[in-house]
Each structure stands twice: as C-alpha cells, then as structure tokens.
Design a protein around this ligand. Structure first.
Ligand SMILES: Nc1nc2c(ncn2[C@@H]2O[C@H](COP(=O)(O)OP(=O)(O)OP(=O)(O)O)[C@@H](O)[C@H]2O)c(=O)[nH]1
Ligand SMILES: [Mg+2]
Length: 306
C-alpha cells in the first residue's frame, strides 16, 4: 500500500464520520450560512475531537467569510480543509539525528498507549533506511514487556539491551546507551514502562532515566517521543503537558488513529500543546506507521468527500 492509501485507510473512521455529518448539512443544493448552519458545522467538527478552540476558530472564520450567503458543500469543505492544514502546520522535522555518534530516542507515555509497538515500527522504518538500531528495554516493570520488545528485536534484526524484571530502568537505559556507543549503532531507542501523568513518583523515575542518558551523551536524548493513543482524544492534552514537564518531550507519536473517528485530535494537539506530531500509527503491524504531514493528513481525512 502506498503512503496516501495507508493514511486514508488509517483515517477511514474519521473520514466516514465527517462525510456523513457534513453531507447532512447540505441536503439541499445550497445552504444559507446563518447561526443554525454554523452551529451544525461546529457540532460536526467537534465530533472529530479537534477541540473547542480549533472548532470555534474554524466556524468563526466561515461565519465571517460566508454569512448570509448561500454556499455549496465544496466551498465549505475546501475552506475547512485549508484552515485545518494551517492549524496543523508545524516545522517539518522528522527525527533530529545526532551530528556524530548514536542518536538516542526515549519513548514514554501512559499504559497501553502503543509505545512498544511504535518502537517496533520506528525500528523497521530506520532499519529500512539502512540504519542500525539498538533497543533498550527499560520497561522493567513487567516481565512480559521485555519479552515483547525482545521478540520485535529478533523479528526486525535489532540489537537489544535488557535487564531483569524489577531492576532499575535507569540502569538499563544507561547500559543501552553505553552499548550503542560501543557497538557504533546509529540509533538507540529506549522503551519505558507506561505510567499515568498524575503518578508523581513514576514521573520522577522518568526524569531520572532521562538524566542518566544525558550524562552519557550531553545532547541525549536527542528525541523524547510521547506516544499518545488517538482513541483517548482530549486526555492526550493533559498527558502531553505533564510528560513534557517531566522529560521535555520533543514530539508526539499518535498511535491507533485507525481505531477512532477522532482524527481531528491532531489539531487539538497542535493548537493546545504545540509539540510537533512526528509519526502516526495506523495499525498493529510493523509497517503501519506514517510520517505526519498536515497536507496529506487533511486530504486523507476528507478523502471520502472527494
Ligand atoms: N489498531 C492499532 N493498534 C495499535 C497501534 N499501536 C499499538 N496498537 C495496539 O495497542 C496495544 C498496546 O500496544 P503496546 O505497544 O503494547 O502499548 P504500550 O504503550 O507499550 O503498553 P505498556 O507497555 O503496557 O504501557 C497492542 O495491542 C498494540 O497492537 C496502532 O497504531 N493501531
Ligand atoms: Mg510497552
């Protein structure tokens, strides 16, 4: 499957919802832009979880541009798409690679967000670009977590550093970075245990993991990726805030976009959090990942309406 088809497939649920709701607004050939219309448009947009500020902004602009005019669906869709692309705009920077030595990527997020799977996907992506990847299994909280990452490492041909269950995750992270330096790998990706952003002792532990790595390589971790589960929608905003406070996240991997009609949550993240969305997860397989780019993303959201 090509990049756009994968994206379109991943955003199928969001696309269907938008398609149904927006077509409903235009049952007649043209539609008068008045308060009723704007309220209905707002309701359709908010359902995609783009957040109140973004939905309000889009509707306000439609109101000021078209009020008292009779409009066609295509005009409004084009306008909404344009505004969404603007709201999602971000510097295009996938991963910041180290100038020399291994690039260290720390991955964090709440329980079950999709961290380990996203690491497998990134590993596959980087490996396919000819880079050597080493994984650090610093989720020592569950024995099964180490096993899960080990299986992926074998399948994807990546080296892995593990530690016994219950051991200090910072020490595993330390050994992983050490091995990455010694073995001259290109990228070291460190998995961490899931934790709620409100569990302050666990957030402190995360800060410590980060600090240990930054002592080994001053610029490390070069990236701190927060994995957000797209199906949880707006709670991601609070997660982003707290994780960024603890470990200065540099970007977001939005997992499970295929499992939800809340694809608009990217807009909320960009508007309310400001962190760049670097990758999106569109399924459970190792190649179900796409680089985030507002243009194709918005086109894929509205692909059903083409
Ligand atoms: N449909 C879909 N499922 C996903 C995606 N990413 C992850 N999953 C599934 O979500 C579940 C949890 O994924 P994990 O990668 O284990 O999540 P985690 O954040 O590492 O979980 P913990 O380590 O327990 O905190 C698994 O069943 C994955 O297959 C995605 O992009 N799409
Ligand atoms: Mg995990």
């Amino acid at each position: 499957m090509g990049f756009f088809d994968k994206l379109k497939d991943g955003l199928k649920k969001t696309g269907r919802l938008l398609n149904t709701d927006i077509r409903d607004l235009f049952k007649a050939e043209g539609r008068l832009v008045d308060d009723t219309f704007l309220d209905e448009l707002y309701a359709a947009l908010i359902k995609t979880d783009m957040g109140v500020p973004a939905a309000k902004e889009i509707v306000a602009r439609i109101g000021s541009d078209y009020r008292a005019r009779v409009v066609h669906m295509s005009e409004i869709v084009a306008d909404v798409k344009k505004q969404l692309k603007e709201l999602m705009a971000q510097p295009s920077e996938p991963i910041k690679f180290a100038a020399s030595g291994p690039t260290v990527v720390m991955v964090c997020g709440v329980n079950g967000a999709g961290k380990t799977t996203s690491i497998a996907k990134l590993t596959q992506l980087f490996t396919s670009q000819g880079k050597r990847v080493l994984l650090g299994a610093a989720d020592t909280f569950r024995a099964a977590a180490v096993e899960q990452l080990t299986i992926w490492s074998q399948r994807l041909g990546a080296e892995i550093v593990t530690g016994p269950a219950g051991s200090d995750p910072a020490s595993v992270a330390h050994r992983a970075v050490q091995a990455a330096i010694e073995n001259k790998v290109d990228i070291c990706i460190v998995d961490t245990a899931g934790r709620l952003q409100t569990q302050s002792n666990l957030m402190t532990e995360l800060t410590k993991i980060r600090r240990v790595m930054s002592k080994q390589i001053p610029e490390a971790p070069h990236e701190v990726l927060l994995v957000l589960d797209a199906t949880t929608g707006q709670n991601g905003i609070s997660q982003a805030k707290h994780f960024t406070e603890a470990v200065q996240c540099t970007g977001i991997v939005l997992a499970k976009i295929d499992g939800t009609a809340k694809g608009g949550v990217v807009t909320a993240i960009r508007k309310q959090v400001g962190l760049p969305v670097k990758y999106i997860g569109v399924g459970e397989q190792a190649d179900d990942i796409a680089l985030f780019d507002p243009d194709p993303f918005v086109e894929a959201m509205f692909a059903e309406m083409a």
